[in-house]
Ligand binder design. Structure first.
Ligand SMILES: Nc1ncnc2c1ncn2[C@@H]1O[C@H](COP(=O)(O)OP(=O)(O)OP(=O)(O)O)[C@@H](O)[C@H]1O
Ligand SMILES: [Mg+2]
Length: 348
């Protein structure tokens, strides 16, 4: 995003990242040593309920306190931070431009974006990346736009927490960078399972070609168990984490109660795949990677594999990163949860 990219030019070589999730804020600080990356600091803190993306002063103060305690807990020795905006708040779309000169691309993107945006173009901050040019001169570009008000909200929160924002991008772009680096793939359907939303992206030749935020997240799986078995939320959460989608546990009852929620997500994923096929005119990649802490749901990869009909992998963004022994176990257990935060740090 334009003015943030300018902020980035001023960035010091050392910075860390925070992923603002509805369930938790996650912090990662990686250090580049030669051609490899080493984990220096890590942390997470629960997001105060209902405060994410809220402009109310009392909510901002709660978020500022959460950011301060996270930064203090992780003991990062500097202030420069990269963050991601929630995918649900970001508009991204592949645009097909008619034959235009290099100096006319920015204008062509502006006019197309103006048509597609669900809000006035004056209210957004936008940027684009060229994806391809065909022999007739037609270009495909990926345009990304975010409400200026939201960018300003995050800048305010970080500054009031005593930090210096050096880069802001969309969660999806950060996830794709992580997946590309750790899984050494450039074509994949990537699904980020969060608490409130499931974000879908299709990566082709290493670039984002399609993304959508599905308004069904993993907290609804817990709520389905609360309703079905009259459990407390905490008990339902425990069952969800222990049994997940395993058909061989608890007579498959936990699985059956959560299945309708997962199937709502799957329906939207399949719609996204159809949209991609029609827009891009190519078959989507035959590999899916699942990120987000909620992807730890037992037997989720197997469940998705049976529906999609191709290989499904759990994201392992730590794979190529050198992790100190004393936190190796924590990192291993929460492997897909830090995909966004790691991707933000990997940006050079
Ligand atoms: N081991 C586990 N098994 C199953 N589900 C889990 C596990 N650990 C966490 N979850 C679920 O993951 C969700 C939180 O995931 P995550 O931390 O990635 O969300 P978030 O990034 O804070 O939210 P969002 O991306 O929607 O803003 C919660 O619904 C939680 O119940
Ligand atoms: Mg998330």
């Amino acid at each position: 995003m334009n003015n943030i990219a300018t902020l980035r030019d001023m960035a010091l070589p050392q910075h860390f990242s925070i992923d603002f999730g509805a369930h938790s804020l996650k912090l990662v600080n990686l250090l580049k040593k030669g051609s490899s990356w080493e984990l220096k600091n890590i942390g997470s803190v629960q997001t105060p309920p209902e405060v994410l993306n809220s402009y109310k002063e009392e909510h901002k103060s709660q978020m500022i306190d959460a950011v301060k305690s996270l930064a203090a807990e992780a003991r990062v020795p500097y202030k420069e931070v990269s963050i991601a905006l929630p995918e649900s708040a970001v508009f991204s779309r592949v645009l097909s431009l008619p034959k235009v000169g290099d100096d006319e691309v920015t204008d062509a993107v502006y006019w197309q974006l103006k048509q597609f945006l669900p809000y006035p173009i004056e209210d957004v901050q936008s940027d684009y990346t060229q994806l391809s040019v065909d022999p007739s001169g037609q270009r495909k570009v990926l345009a990304v736009a975010a409400p200026k008000k939201l960018v300003e909200l995050y800048v305010e929160i970080l500054e009031r927490a005593g930090l210096v924002p050096v880069d802001i991008e969309s969660e999806t772009l950060a996830i794709l960078r992580s997946v590309k680096y750790a899984h050494e793939v450039s074509d994949a359907v990537v699904l980020d399972f969060g608490s409130n939303t499931t974000d879908m992206a299709i990566m082709k030749d290493g670039e984002l070609f399609f993304s959508q935020s599905i308004a069904t997240g993993a907290d609804l799986l817990t709520k389905a168990l609360v309703n079905e078995f009259q459990l407390s939320y905490a008990q339902a959460e425990e069952y969800k984490r222990i049994y997940g989608m395993r058909s061989d546990a608890a007579d498959g009852k936990i699985r059956n109660a959560m299945k309708p929620v997962l199937d709502m997500i799957v329906t939207e994923v399949l719609r996204g795949v159809e949209f991609y096929k029609n827009e891009i005119g190519a078959l989507p990649p035959k590999l899916a990677v699942l990120s987000g802490e909620a992807a730890l749901l037992p037997a989720l990869p197997e469940y998705m594999e049976a529906i999609l009909g191709y290989e499904v992998q759990l994201a392992d963004p730590w794979r190529p990163i050198v992790v100190p022994n004393n936190i190796a176990e924590i990192v291993r257990k929460s492997s897909p949860a830090f995909t966004v935060a790691i991707g933000l740090c990997l940006k050079e």
